[in-house]
Ligand binder design. Structure first.
Ligand code: HEM
Length: 409
């Protein structure tokens, strides 16, 4: 029987003979991406080589924190054709069309195309891929463990840009920003599921008429449904920190996508400011101190002592325990959602390895404090765990821009 791999290798040889292979890259090569035979990306010089890099292009607040784009769309994709050089060419052309249409900035568009566990399984390479299928990592949840071929993440301060791209790539539109779309992603991929959401002052209050949020709970300037800003610079891994460093996947990273629903009646009506601050950050803080945090959140690394003294521990102090040399392991790109008519968070995080995500999640579970306080259970008085339920998880590999079409093929 001919293996898929050798069949693809033959296809590569044919592509080469037909003059499609303009450089030394060989289909199936262990050291590089698939050769699409296309000329070099004309936008490459004005775009970061790593698809997920946004930092240098984002505005900052007065404290120096990056202000992430306010609107998000996550298109979870299914491959409709067999992986091939031709399909890779279509994908690369489609992504170049998107790049030509918008500047790489908040009021333009950030996008990344990542590849999921279904894709790597399909090409027989899941064992070699830098990702694995998602697992259950908490005792409080029974999430759907999802697997997709790919995901397209779109982020912008201009909500219509997200719709324009989705329509041009997967819908009826034949142009994008006035330019023809000759090779839409929809020729090879289709949308299996979509997630939408938003982040930033004003937006949660505008979308608060959903299950999970008591009426009138949010004030106009709350940046998230739980009321706190959540992306201070010092609480984020740097874009370098999450990059895979060296080897076949150099410059790529891993992406975890989880959907959490939130039930915030007790959060807003059963707790006061001190109760919310204790659970989100740490019981050692006075609520008035939060506004002074600036570009970092202080923590004393005393979770077990706090459990004994206060019978409650904070989300931030728990997850901050896994920092390495003072730096968190995760670069969080999570946002609020009302998908399904219920308040929630799409928790997207980038990390060098998925183990960094699991390690951080174990720290968040807080099982280690149960001996220190009977009041702390898997959910109660244990950070924000009493207010969130994980509905689903999925994992992806984010290749560098020049290898974004069919990695490992
Ligand atoms: C509804 C869900 C969640 C909310 C509302 C939330 C909120 C927050 C907030 C407000 C902070 C403080 C950051 C700051 O002030 O800049 C924080 C930090 C953090 N969260 Fe979450 N979070 C959620 C879920 C998660 C999950 C699922 C994880 C991963 C397992 C996670 C990992 C982290 C990490 C790593 C930090 C930074 C820790 C550090 O500074 O070292 N969070 N979160």
């Amino acid at each position: 029987m001919t293996s898929r791999r050798s069949a693809l290798a033959r296809l590569g040889a044919v592509a080469g003979t037909l003059g499609l292979s303009g450089c030394a890259r060989v289909l199936g090569s262990a050291s590089d991406g698939v050769d699409t035979g296309l000329p070099p990306n004309p936008h490459a010089d004005s775009l970061p080589a790593r698809q997920y890099v946004q930092g240098p292009y984002l505005p900052t607040d007065a404290a120096g924190n990056d202000l992430q784009p306010r609107y998000r769309r996550v298109l979870l994709l299914r491959l409709d054709v067999d992986p091939s050089v031709e399909a890779a060419r279509t994908v690369e052309r489609a992504m170049r069309t998107v790049e030509a249409a918008f500047d790489w900035r908040g009021d333009g568009l950030f996008h990344l195309l990542a590849w999921g566990t279904d894709y790597f399984e399909r090409i027989g390479e899941l064992g070699r891929a830098p990702i694995s299928k998602p697992r259950v990592v908490s005792r409080t949840d029974d999430p759907a463990l999802l697997s997709f071929d790919a995901v397209l993440v779109l982020e912008s301060d201009v909500p219509s840009h997200l719709s324009a791209v989705e329509n041009a790539m997967f819908g009826a539109a034949t142009t994008l920003q006035g330019q023809p779309v000759d090779h839409p992603l929809g020729d090879v991929l289709s949308v299996a599921e979509r997630r939408t959401g938003f982040l930033g002052e004003g937006l949660p209050a505008k979308h608060a008429d959903v299950e999970g949020i008591p009426a009138g709970a949010l004030s106009a300037d709350d940046p998230t449904f739980m009321g706190f800003f959540s992306d201070r610079q010092g609480t984020q891994a740097s874009e370098d920190r999450v990059a895979i460093d060296g080897g076949r996947f150099d410059g790529g990273t891993t992406l975890h996508v989880a959907h959490l629903t939130q039930d915030l009646d007790t959060w807003w009506e059963g707790l006061d400011d001190a109760g919310r601050v204790a659970r989100m950050f740490s019981p050692e803080f006075d609520p008035a101190e939060i506004a002074d945090f600036g570009a970092n959140v202080p923590f004393t690394d005393a979770v077990r002592e706090h459990a004994r003294e206060f019978d409650v521990v904070g989300h931030h102090e728990k997850v901050a325990q896994v920092r390495r040399e003072g730096e968190p392991l995760l670069l969080r790109r999570d946002f609020n959602t009302t998908d399904g008519g219920h308040a929630g968070v799409h928790f997207l995080s980038l990390q060098r390895t998925l183990d960094h995500f699991r390690r951080t999640r174990r720290a968040m579970n807080g099982w280690y404090v149960r001996d220190d306080s009977e009041a702390i259970t898997d959910r109660e008085n244990n950070g924000i765990l009493n207010f969130v339920d994980v509905q689903s998880r999925a994992n992806f590999y984010v290749p560098p821009r020049d290898e974004r079409a069919f990695p490992l093929l």
